[in-house]
Design a protein around this ligand. Structure first.
Ligand code: 2PG
Ligand code: MN
Ligand code: MN
Length: 558
């Protein structure tokens, strides 16, 4: 549906009033799991979240936050922020990037599209470069998709291919990069047997090289640029396997933070800088951590760092990463068309909105919430505030992050009475959970709970309503488990889980403004994050559009 044809007017809810301020709090990476020593949310002192749970089943329940409930290919896929916030904001389940790329590869359509044709123009005389996250995590990219893309490019005339790897250790176990490099090297060897000159050219850890987001730290992208485009890095190796093994041993970096390296030939020359006439594909399907590199590859005028050399290339993203910026202008697979989000509807219906987080999650409650669209729907009705995140540290060092500052901004926005919806993301349990540092994650969870308290107190003061939920699990389970749920041992030690989980997440409603008869329905037992948007619309006094996933609440006469 073209937006101009949309009827934006929402029906009045037959029973619920308008004009109550609603706080929507998303705890990032806060799932529900059995209490045990690896459940940091359980270990942490979290009196506010504990008390909300006492409201079950009428005011507290669980919702699905992973797999097909959020548009991922299968129920073995853990949840993540992109698909979680997309579902929360859009109120419907869209087939997400991971799935769309799978389908395009399976049907072969990816090779017939405009994006592939565009990069193919370089195959005869140039090199095809593939840059992206090397793992089977399925959050940003997937190894099997890279393998199919490599094979397909080889079959369709790519003569020289260079892969620039970003090691993971965040969506998969730390140390697993070695196995992924081995697998990739096997594939590249097979391509070489078929006459394609295919090699890994550079690499680095995803959190230190290339995959920054929301412009938190351009140095991260610059490090990638230097290695990938200029072929320069202080660490030089003759193979990627050697690089990863050596850098893990000295300077003892983990997969997420491997320093940038380049692969060099016998003469010490980089085997794959990006030069005029080459083609480049950024192979991640997920948007947030590709927007910055896409800008650096695509924009003629660019001042975020000195690129030294700006090659004339044919660049395509795996997907279009920003629907509003139309970035990049060429892509292999069309992104999900997440239209008519709840944010856009509410703004059209007079709901004034405030959204806030710190940089590392800022786009989650704005860009992802609004269907991968940056910017305001109506600047007169909305205000988005970004609190600068700490830069250059791993968040176990500062596990409280900016939770307090986010809560203060939300509190002030609520007390100002200038807004009908005040929406925040509290990053702690996720960002610190990803470090695998259990003690710090416990501190992080408490900090998030403190922040929730401050916001709920403000809602209490203005007679408002709160909705507290999360986007996926993380901190509630910090250990890799076998199928039966027992911690998996390796060389006698448990393996720390840095990734998200498959667990459901809580949702709680309440506040003095909540009409007395409101409670969670019993007839949406499989409710997921996509059911939250209709719920929030109801709390603003509106019926949700008929094609939205059903609301989680009902109003009973007391
Ligand atoms: O940090 C990220 O990019 C992902 C994990 O890969 O986490 P989240 O989905 O919570 O943003
Ligand atoms: Mn998240
Ligand atoms: Mn995360």
């Amino acid at each position: 549906m073209a937006n101009s044809a949309v009827s934006w007017k929402l029906l009045d809810h037959p029973k619920l009033p308008k004009g109550k301020p609603v706080a929507v709090i998303v705890l990032d990476g806060w799932g529900e799991a059995n209490p045990n020593e690896y459940n940091c949310i359980h270990t942490a002192e979290t009196p506010v979240m504990d008390s909300l749970k006492q409201g079950a089943p009428d005011k507290w329940r669980l919702v699905k936050a992973h797999g097909t409930a959020v548009g991922l290919p299968s129920d073995d896929d853990m949840g993540n922020s992109e698909v979680g916030h997309n579902a929360l904001g859009a109120g419907r389940i869209f087939a997400q990037g991971a799935k769309l790329v799978d389908l395009a590869l399976a049907s072969g359509k990816i090779f017939e599209g405009e994006g592939f044709k565009y990069i193919k123009e370089s195959f005869e005389t140039g090199t095809l470069h593939l840059i992206g996250l090397l793992s089977d995590g399925g959050v940003h990219s997937r190894l099997d998709q890279l393998q199919l893309l490599l094979k397909g490019a080889g079959e369709r005339g790519a003569k020289r291919i260079r892969v620039h790897i970003l090691t993971d250790g965040r969506d998969v176990l730390d140390g697993s990069s070695i196995g992924f490099v081995e697998t990739l090297e096997n594939d590249l060897a097979k391509l070489r047997e078929k006459g394609v000159d295919a090699r890994i050219a550079s690499g680095g850890g995803r959190m230190y090289v290339t995959m920054d987001r929301y412009e938190n730290d351009w140095n991260v992208v610059k490090r990638g640029w230097d290695a990938q485009v200029l072929g320069e890095a202080s660490h030089k190796f003759s193979s990627a396997l050697e690089a990863v093994k050596k850098l893990r041993a000295e300077p003892k970096a983990n997969d997420q933070y491997l320093p940038p390296f380049v692969i060099v030939d016998e003469n010490g020359k980089s085997v794959g800088p990006i030069v005029d006439g080459d083609a480049v594909v950024t192979l991640n399907f997920r948007a947030d951590r590709m927007v910055m590199i896409a800008k650096s590859l695509e924009y003629e005028n660019f001042d975020k760092f000195d690129r030294v050399r700006y090659p004339k290339i044919h660049y395509a993203g795996m997907l279009e990463y920003d629907g509003e910026l139309k970035l990049p202008s060429h892509y292999l697979v069309s992104p999900p068309e997440i239209d008519r989000t709840s944010g856009e509807y509410l703004v059209h219906n007079g709901v004034r909105t405030f959204a806030c987080s710190e940089t590392v999650k800022f786009g989650h409650v704005t860009f992802f919430w609004n269907g991968n669209r940056s910017g305001y729907f109506n600047p007169q009705m909305e205000e988005y505030i970004e609190i600068p995140s700490d830069v250059g540290i791993t968040f176990n060092v500062q596990p409280k992050m900016k939770a307090l500052q986010i809560a203060e901004k939300a509190r002030d926005a609520i007390l100002s009475r200038k807004f009908d919806q005040v929406r925040v993301n509290l990053p702690n349990s996720d960002m610190v959970g990803h470090t695998g540092d259990i003690e710090a994650t416990v501190v992080a969870c408490k900090a998030a709970d403190d922040a929730v308290k401050m916001i709920l107190d403000a809602i209490e003061q203005v007679g408002g309503i709160y909705v507290v939920t999360a986007d996926h699990g993380n901190a509630e389970d910090m250990v890799k488990r076998d199928k039966s749920g027992k911690p998996l041992l390796k060389n006698g030690n448990v393996q720390i889980l840095t990734s998200h989980t498959l667990e459901p997440v809580p949702i709680a409603i309440g506040g003095p403004g909540l009409s007395p008869g409101v409670r969670f329905r019993k007839d949406v037992p499989n409710g997921g994050l996509a059911n939250v948007a209709a719920t929030v619309m109801n709390l603003h006094g509106f019926e949700a559009p008929s094609d939205y996933e059903p609301t989680l609440i009902e109003v009973v006469d007391n």
